[in-house]
Design a protein around this ligand. Structure first.
Ligand SMILES: Cc1cc2nc3c(=O)[nH]c(=O)nc-3n(C[C@H](O)[C@H](O)[C@H](O)COP(=O)(O)O)c2cc1C
Length: 187
């Protein structure tokens, strides 16, 4: 085991948190957005189906309608401070369905890819947040998604605002103790 590699990994995991205040005046380079989505591309997926599509929406004028659609389905002041949204879409038609019970694995696949996005963003000094509490239908329509493709997660991206970086907008994230969630051999 390489202890420094593990230390970088655990520091990265610990640094990722839900950022809810961004610096709207500091755009994110397209090259960084590409690098972040490339981390999602490398995520594992059931039977390697890669049942996903990612829509990058910056605050450039040509994407104004898509940006508005995101802000309409999740109407929060803080969200409007993010200069970029990545809408992570799952392809139910392309996903693997388990033979035993038909379970659609698209939700699992898109969750892994989305977390790759959030971790890559953290590694690049960018804030992110998972957002699932929205109505997918109007967003799917506004973004012209094909049948079977569902917007599963909205991920705002941006440089954390000075106050967010100070911690004011970073509530201490509580976690259950390890011994409560880990058992050996049986539940
Ligand atoms: C599947 C999922 C859905 C979430 N949906 C929302 C959401 O709609 N709005 C929001 O503000 N945060 C949302 N979150 C963020 C969680 O509230 C957050 O991850 C959790 O409180 C732990 O905090 P942390 O991310 O700072 O570690 C979501 C997180 C996950 C994993």
């Amino acid at each position: 085991m390489d202890p420094s590699a593990y230390s970088s990994f655990s520091n990265l995991v610990a640094s990722r948190h839900s950022c809810r205040s961004y610096d709207i005046d500091r755009p994110v380079d397209h090259a960084l957005i590409r690098a972040i989505v490339d981390a999602a591309r490398l995520a594992p997926s059931a039977v390697n189906r890669q049942p996903w599509h990612f829509i990058a929406i910056t605050d450039e004028p040509e994407y104004a309608a898509s940006r508005r659609a995101v802000l309409e389905v999740y109407d929060r002041k803080w969200l409007a401070t993010a200069p970029v949204f990545i809408v992570c879409c799952e392809d139910h038609g392309g996903a693997w369905h388990r033979g035993a019970d038909g379970k659609d694995h698209a939700d699992i696949d898109i969750a892994i890819a989305t977390e790759h996005i959030c971790l890559a963003a953290a590694a690049l000094g960018l804030g992110s947040c998972w957002i699932c509490n929205f109505d997918p239908k109007p967003l799917a329509e506004a973004l012209c998604l094909p049948e079977g493709m569902e917007p599963a997660v909205i991920v705002p991206l941006g440089y954390p605002s000075a106050t967010a970086a100070d911690g004011e907008f970073r509530p201490a994230t509580k976690r259950k103790p390890l011994d409560e969630i880990l058992s050996w051999g049986k539940y």
